[in-house]
Ligand binder design. Structure first.
Ligand SMILES: NC(=O)C1=CN([C@@H]2O[C@H](COP(=O)(O)OP(=O)(O)OC[C@H]3O[C@@H](n4cnc5c(N)ncnc54)[C@H](OP(=O)(O)O)[C@@H]3O)[C@@H](O)[C@H]2O)C=CC1
Ligand SMILES: O=C([O-])CC(=O)C(=O)O
Length: 269
């Protein structure tokens, strides 16, 4: 079987789990290289790997990799996206909220032959949302509830002087559209961006974000009203140990997404 080479940018809560899973063996995929902030830390993290990948600068990844998976902070997105897209790679972004203000990258990918595959990530149901969006969709909403520590530090909260660390009761800290949610909470609601891209776009997708001391899981509920169906779906994600903002399922979703790129039998659209 032909193998595709994979490069991962960022070995944090998502990237390291994904790297480990690929190193353990996924038919048709080979982890060829990683790009990291701290090479020594990465060497330590990958000590037990069977087949250690190269550690390269982001710009050099496309020389070794067919597929580039971004698992880094939002600030690094543009550099990774540009390198992957200019080289015509398959680009899989975790920080997909960063695509919303950069949709010109999709046009550029059309020219270079690159593909951008947005994973379902910490969300659910994007297959059904995409199907509904082939027909008429009236509304799409997402309500995100996180334990306050999973929202702390978001630029929107800092700009508006909202301190979530001291709240005793659930508090709605944002209501607006997915475009503004992704800008205000770049490390918290990539799910809203993915939902928007699957459905009716970031301006029409409405978002509520709650800091809720009563929940222990990152909880996302999506509601879709369409001419084909009405959907209400909730996912309750266990926060990962390494980064409480990120649900554990995210790395698994990326792994499932990569498998879907090469598997003979693919289930779900
Ligand atoms: N699509 C979705 O559903 C979801 C998306 N996300 C998003 O995915 C992204 C990754 O999340 P997560 O793994 O939890 O984040 P982490 O903070 O756990 O990991 C990010 C990693 O990137 C590394 N890094 C920092 N700067 C660079 C750089 N210049 N080049 C390469 N690597 C770098 C960090 O290294 P160091 O620690 O040494 O600085 C760290 O290892 C985030 O943007 C997050 O918001 C998260 C959850 C769900
Ligand atoms: O893991 C989650 O619950 C969602 C998340 O952080 C994101 O969408 O960025």
């Amino acid at each position: 079987m032909e193998s595709y080479t994979v490069g991962i940018v960022g070995l944090g809560a998502i990237g390291l789990k994904l790297a480990r899973a690929l190193d353990e063996g996924v038919p048709g995929l080979k982890l060829a290289a990683v790009a990291v902030r701290d090479a020594e830390k990465a060497r330590q993290a990958m000590k037990g790997f069977r087949d250690r990948p190269l550690i390269l600068d982001i710009a050099k990844l496309p020389r070794e990799c067919d597929i580039i998976v971004e698992c880094a902070p939002a600030a690094v997105f543009e550099e990774v996206a540009t390198a992957a897209i200019e080289a015509g790679c398959v680009f899989v972004p975790s920080s997909c909220g960063q695509l919303l203000p950069r949709m010109h990258l999709v046009e550029r990918a059309r020219e270079t032959g690159a593909r951008i595959i947005v994973p379902t990530g910490a969300l659910l149901g994007l297959d059904a949302v995409r199907a509904a969006a082939e027909g008429e969709v009236e509304s799409v909403t997402i309500e995100t509830r996180k334990p306050p520590r999973g929202l702390a530090g978001a630029p929107y909260l800092e700009r508006n002087g909202i301190d979530v660390t001291t709240i005793a009761q659930a508090k709605r800290v944002f209501a607006g559209n997915a475009f503004d949610a992704a800008a205000g909470f770049p490390a918290n609601v990539n799910v809203a961006a993915a939902l928007a891209m699957a459905g009716i776009g970031p301006e029409r997708t409405t978002v509520e974000i709650w800091a809720d001391p009563g929940v222990t899981r990152n909880t996302h509920t999506i509601r879709v009203e369409a001419d084909s169906a009405r959907l209400t779906m909730t996912i309750e994600n266990v926060p990962s140990d390494e980064n409480p903002r990120t649900g554990r399922i995210t790395a698994l979703s990326l792994l499932a997404c990569l498998r879907g790129l090469v598997s003979t039998l693919k289930v779900g659209s």
